[in-house]
Design a protein around this ligand. Sequence first.
Ligand code: MG
Length: 296
Amino acid sequence: MKFLSYIYDGKEDYGIVDKDSIVPIANLLKHLDKKRPETLLDFIRIYSDSLIQDLESILSKEDIENIPYDHVKVTAPIPYPRRNVFCLGKNYREHAMEVKSLPSGSKAIPDFPIYFTKVADPCIGHMDKVKIPKEYTEKIDYEVELAIVIGKDGKDIPREKAEEYIFGYTIANDITARDIQKKHSQWHKGKSLDTFLPVGPYIVHKSQIGLPVELDISCKVNGELRQKSNTRELIFDIPYIISDLSKGLTLRAGDIILTGTPAGVGMGFDPPKFLKAGDVVECYIEKIGRLVNYIE
Ligand code: MG
């Protein structure tokens, strides 16, 4: 199932993508005598794998009232994450080599995951605008990434149980101000300017994407292919990340983890190809879809 959040008729809601239409979640939950949690984040916090099976069964049997897809404004699936978004840096080999100059320890290929977090308050959605504060930065970069959405609280999660703690996967664009990132030895600020985290358009439930996660991933700027890889190339894979990050640190349902970006970012070119106003960035991940954003 593909989950999305949207605005329809002036109201925020969320539901499931069913071909060219959207089924509002309340229309499904009423068949189970369940009340609609307020947001998709609230839904994820109470969900269980068996609920997804029940929803699928209702969707296949009943004639459920829906909305044409093109009548809604898609928003980020979780516009306001419950805390900072977790991120991995330098998690594809070729990318680690192209950004050797970034501050992150002595080794180009890390021995341990490089974690940082990103403020996204809010995350922006599909077709939304990334706004460059031109008085502070002129080196804006794109980074297509597979994002994991955690499905239940967990700590000290063993690798082999990692999948139990996943709700699903989505696409993120880890927009970065390279000049700010380089100036500070921590990456946090250069990654956290307002509008610097487009996410979406959907969260695809994990039942549609089994482990190991091997999905084509790419990014185009104004139609020009810049990044192209497959998530099987991750240095630290998804079970490793969940297991390692949860050591002594409780992951919460609804947490978002960005798994790193492949080679081909703007700063990797000579001369660099940074983003400018008017650019269109299209992030693609197989089985999830396309996340398109405009630079302003
Ligand atoms: Mg990144």
